[in-house]
Design a protein around this ligand. Structure first.
Ligand code: 5GP
Length: 192
């Protein structure tokens, strides 16, 4: 049976990963976004079932008990995020390649799970100062949550070597082109 491929994007919060992921999804119709489940409250610009499946903590725990997750984590205190097995199956049934936007620890776990089926990409901000500035511009998080994200980002910056490749997001256009190239290279190699 032909092995199904997946693409994993991980990065410290505010490194620009979501922008890159959205660009790739628009550009390549053979990709499909793996919609994670989360207990984080929905942001005003987000749509349930498009950005995330929003669950209560009780619902999330029920899914853990049912072993419905390939991986899950308490990414921030009290906020759970997880990749549903059913999401991956839905995407593969559509004949598409799953694209994950997931935190650094989750990305490492998914790479271990999928092995050579997966291309894991670490999106790296030019510096921690740049990252702090981007995070500061966000209107979606409280001061406390921003500080928590920055602290986690500092820790996550140490894990780039655990990924197949590192994508520097200094100039966005360059990063988008580089992301396209990495993806196409991986798919060509794998399908050859
Ligand atoms: P945000 O709250 O900004 O949407 O996401 C916070 C972090 O959780 C981001 O790094 C995002 O990539 C990550 N994340 C989203 N979905 C999942 C998931 O299914 N599993 C894990 N481990 N992290 C996730």
């Amino acid at each position: 049976m032909k092995k199904q491929k997946v693409i994993i994007f991980s990065a410290p919060s505010a490194a620009g990963k979501t922008t890159i992921v959205r660009h790739l999804l628009e550009k390549f119709s053979f990709l499909a976004f793996s919609i994670s489940a989360t207990t984080r409250p929905r942001r005003p610009n987000e749509i349930a079932g498009r950005d995330y499946h929003y669950l209560t903590l009780a619902e999330f725990k029920e899914k853990i008990a049912q072993k419905a997750f390939v991986e899950y984590e308490e990414v921030y205190q009290g906020l759970f995020y997880g990749t549903l097995q059913s999401e991956i199956e839905r995407i593969w049934q559509e004949g598409k390649i799953a694209l994950f936007d997931i935190d650094v620890k989750g990305g490492i776990n998914l790479k271990k799970y999928f092995g050579s089926q997966a291309l894991s990409i670490f999106v790296k901000p030019p510096s921690l100062t740049a990252l702090a500035e981007r995070l500061e511009k966000r209107q979606t998080e409280s001061e406390e949550r921003k500080a928590e994200r920055l602290k986690k980002a500092q820790e996550e910056m140490q894990f780039e070597a655990d990924f197949d490749c590192v994508l520097l997001n200094d100039d966005l256009d360059t990063a988008l082109k580089e992301a396209e190239k990495l993806l196409l290279q991986f798919l060509e190699v794998e399908t050859a």
